[in-house]
Write a protein that binds this ligand. Structure first.
Ligand code: ADP
Ligand code: MG
Length: 339
């Protein structure tokens, strides 16, 4: 069964004239790591808050394991959901262990002894057993977020909602925590719904990515689907770096851009249809200009990126981004090639 089913969900304000979420339709499978990805302000947090009714949708329906998420059922739903925020939201006047035990005791889900035992297990799980009796402010950001995650799973939720939980951490720690989250998810087998504006994070973590823009779902797919087959130029541009050019689909498997025709794998656009051509920088190679070269231009910049060089090459009025192991100096003539 789907863990969560969303049908025609809207969130509007200004008496319905402005929308934050528009006509969202989606199923999230049980046990899935589902990442919502989109730029700041696109409605990700609003969406997540609707799932546990911290925000009330103005239209449509949300079902959790077949149960309508409405006022009548919200207590039962919330018992099965944990939530982690970007700013760890630990209670500063409670010790780490008290933070973990608070909800299970308040909700009377566990006895004091059971809550204490579970808290100790989780502290061991996140490698912070020695911090049980300290206050949150004496912990680093990464440690606080580990505690916040432990706190969110102390009630053994079936779904964990995470709103940019790693956003306040520096890169190295964020990457460590990403691996940690994948482990936790695999061990617990629960559904993760994770919101981020970081495309690399989305690709790393997810089984399924939902790309959002301006309150609407743009594309739903696996990381490879989304990366290799972006459905429109917004998705292509948002996930990874892309060259996006105006082109014409001459016929099936033949596309024209920059005044030249190129073979491709795409079909079904009809004849002479205008299209956005998306070329990933790593799919372009750089060669010296030859008579056979279809694209020729001048290298504008060349930066060493560790594994490859990244070059901007001006061809006519378009600047191609090319990643190759070979470097061509700025100012030199070069030919970006697809094969
Ligand atoms: P994200 O988490 O993707 O950054 P949010 O869900 O926080 O986005 O916000 C989505 C957008 O909705 C923002 O631009 C926010 O300003 C706007 N918004 C949300 N509620 C209201 C409201 N009641 N009045 C005006 N704007 C709102
Ligand atoms: Mg947000």
């Amino acid at each position: 069964m789907a863990a969560i089913t969303i049908k025609n969900m809207d969130v509007t304000y200004n008496k319905g004239k402005s929308y934050v979420i528009k006509d969202m339709n989606l199923e999230i499978k049980d046990g899935e790591f589902c990442v919502f990805l989109g730029p700041s302000g696109c409605g990700k947090s609003t969406f997540l808050r609707c799932l546990n009714r911290l925000e009330i949708p103005t239209g449509g329906s949300i079902k959790f394991e077949g149960i309508e998420v409405d006022d009548a059922h919200i207590d039962a739903v919330r018992q099965k959901m944990g939530m982690v925020f970007q700013h760890f939201n630990l209670f500063p006047h409670l010790t780490v262990k008290q933070n973990l035990c608070l909800a299970p005791e308040l909700l009377k889900l566990k006895s004091k002894e059971e809550a204490s035992k579970r808290a100790e297990e989780l502290l061991a799980r996140v490698g912070l057993s020695d911090k049980a009796n300290v206050f949150p402010k004496s912990l680093s950001g990464g440690q606080q977020q580990r505690i916040a995650i432990a706190r969110a799973i102390v009630n053994e939720p079936e779904v964990l909602l995470l709103d940019e939980p790693l956003g306040a951490l520096d890169l190295k720690l964020r990457q460590d925590m990403q691996q940690e989250l994948i482990k936790i998810k695999n061990e617990l087998g629960i559904t993760f719904i994770f919101v981020t504006h970081d495309q690399e994070e989305a690709l790393t973590l997810s089984d399924t990515i939902v790309v959002m823009s301006e309150g609407k779902i743009q594309q739903i797919g696996t990381p490879t689907d989304i990366y290799n087959e972006p459905i429109n130029s917004f998705v292509a541009d948002f996930i990874g770096e892309s060259n996006i050019l105006n082109g014409t689909m001459v016929r099936d498997c033949l596309v024209r851009f920059c005044g030249q025709e190129f073979e491709c794998v795409d079909k079904g656009f009809g004849e002479n249809a205008p299209v956005d051509v998306v070329i990933r920088p790593e799919d372009l190679y750089i060669f010296p200009v030859s008579d056979a070269a279809q694209l020729r231009g001048i290298v504008q910049s060349c930066i060493f990126k560790g594994v490859h060089y990244e070059m901007a090459v001006a061809v006519g009025d378009y600047e191609f981004l090319v990643q190759d192991y070979h470097a061509f100096e700025a100012g030199s003539e070069a030919s970006p090639c697809l094969y």
